[in-house]
Write a protein that binds this ligand. Structure first.
Ligand code: NAD
Length: 477
């Protein structure tokens, strides 16, 4: 059945292409229309050209349209995917530098259990505000539509939306749970015989069930603990000393980005990060690891631009592994930078957005891991808090699996509770227009030495020209 999908922040190039790549292979959604929306016309044009080229080369009857109007992308859509980053990575770096000037290593948004470097919950007011604006526009223009939240912070964002615009059907997506498959691959076990569950919050999920061929497979992790380990990229941390340290302390294995989200003890300096996340990057969230990631993103944007130029010039086929490899060589791009593109071409994007849309539209049940209101899925977590759990999706909606065995009380009370408390402070600050919550978050921060430091760092951030609305929102002078 054809649907209409609006993608906001469609210039987030690889993401859009992954969605397109998945759509092309989904016959059940043929005839669908995709409205690509972004404020950056250059990125938007390049993505549109390549999306259309993918359609031509793979023979699909999807239709693409581009727009710079948010209303246009939302009005009439059945699904709205938000992947926009307001202010871009440049803003994040600017604010991180201000934080560091005042003694906050890696910036004020790097917080205990939330170290992911583009997961700003305190200072990207414009991002949170955009989440609410999108949700309100959906409620007004396409109240039947699903809002698929891919932009970060997914945890704060989905909780904010469910409270600010309760009638909108919002669901958050992340691919962190793929960490389970990485473990299985390393163990060399057949994933068809693996029965697993993860549960928690976004970037805070734990392996509560790990059964292989009918047997508890947790003891197989011991084999991996003993193996020599060096990371292949800054993100390669699923089997790092940090992962096992968290496993030993909490009694369950942290999965995916959760490993990045340990406490300050492990993040307080680059040398500490090196110890726990491995040489030479010290993980994705060190100054070196994040630089690596930003450079990778820059290369990707430049590949997209060059590929779009090539597509404009010639009708020669682009999207085969062989042709992409040749293109990489001719343009001096590192071959690894094309892994994402190979995955798109070969249908292995791993993203859940299109499987979700297919299941909701055509009813064939899909098992996915999504962010939805708890409503009893995790015992001891309030019903109205959004959790990341395995679900079955069909035309009736999202059905949460019973989390069995339950998360242990250490994970719930020592990890999820403090993480939930930070989410509460961030979104209460926003909803109640009360800066005191933000000050309070910083007073509780181990890097804070004085009240003056807290006030000064916030003053400098809200006085940035792009934060005029934030300053007004909090009534600051
Ligand atoms: P990016 O800056 O490369 O792309 C974001 C896009 O948003 C840009 O094209 C930009 O022009 C656009 N944009 C900015 N303001 C906009 C607005 N007001 N309206 C429409 N579009 C706007 O960023 P990225 O690295 O691709 O990351 C995008 C988001 O996705 C971030 O929040 C990031 O944290 C998140 N992310 C989520 C996952 C996940 O699994 N959920 C994985 C990776 C990244």
């Amino acid at each position: 059945m054809p649907v209409r999908i609006g993608i906001i922040g469609a210039g987030s190039a690889v993401f859009s292409m992954r969605v397109v790549g998945d759509l092309i292979r989904t016959n059940e959604l043929s005839g669908s229309e995709v409205v690509l929306m972004d404020i950056d016309r250059e990125r938007l044009n390049a993505v549109e050209i390549l999306a259309n080229r993918l359609i031509d080369e793979f023979g699909s009857d999807l239709k693409f349209r581009k727009t710079t109007s948010l209303e246009d992308a939302i009005d009439g859509s059945d699904f709205v995917i938000n992947t926009a980053l307001v202010g871009g990575h440049e803003y994040l770096e600017k604010v991180r530098a201000i934080g560091e000037k005042y003694g906050y290593y890696r910036g004020i948004d790097a917080q205990e259990f939330n170290m992911v470097s583009d997961y700003y919950t305190i200072s990207n007011f414009n991002q949170l505000s955009y989440f609410v604006e999108i949700a309100k526009k959906i409620a007004q223009l396409s109240p039947h539509a699903w809002l698929i939240q891919a932009a970060n912070p997914v945890f704060e964002g989905t909780n904010l939306i469910t409270r600010a615009v309760p009638d909108v059907k919002v669901v958050g997506f992340c691919h962190g749970h793929h960490g389970v498959l990485k473990i299985a691959e390393k163990l060399g076990i057949d994933t068809n015989k693996l029965d697993w569950q993860v549960a928690g919050f976004n970037h805070a999920i734990w392996l509560n069930r790990f059964v292989y061929d009918g047997e508890n497979a947790y003891q197989m992790l011991e084999k991996l603990r003993k193996e020599a380990w060096t990371p292949k990229t800054p993100f390669d941390d699923q089997l790092s000393p940090m992962a096992f340290e968290m496993y030993d302390f909490y009694g369950m294995m942290p999965i995916g980005d959760t490993v990045r989200n340990s406490s300050w003890r492990y993040h307080k300096s680059f040398s500490e990060k090196l110890k726990w996340y491995g040489w030479p990057w010290g993980g994705a969230d060190s100054e070196i690891g994040w630089k690596w990631y930003e450079e990778t993103l820059r290369i990707t944007v430049s590949i997209i631009e060059k590929l779009a130029k090539a597509a404009r010039k010639s009708k020669d086929r682009i999207f085969t592994r062989e042709n992409l490899e040749r293109f990489a060589k001719e343009n001096n791009f590192p071959k690894e930078a094309f892994d994402e593109f190979f995955a798109i071409v070969e249908g292995k994007s791993g993203e859940q957005h299109i499987p979700f849309i297919k299941a909701i539209t055509n009813g064939k049940p899909e098992r996915l891991v999504v962010n939805v209101k708890n409503e009893g899925a995790i015992a001891d977590i309030p019903d109205d808090v959004v959790v990341e759990v395995p679900v079955i999706v069909d035309e009736k909606g999202i059905h949460r699996e019973k989390i069995d065995p339950p998360l242990n009380d250490k994970v719930i009370r020592l990890y999820l509770y403090p993480r939930m408390m930070r989410m509460e402070m961030a979104i209460r600050a926003f909803l109640e227009k009360d800066i005191r919550y933000i000050y309070e978050m910083l007073y509780r921060d181990p890097r804070t030495e004085s009240e003056g430091q807290v006030k000064a760092v916030i003053r400098e951030i809200v006085n940035l020209p792009e934060n005029k609305k934030m300053k007004e929102h909090y009534g600051l002078k």
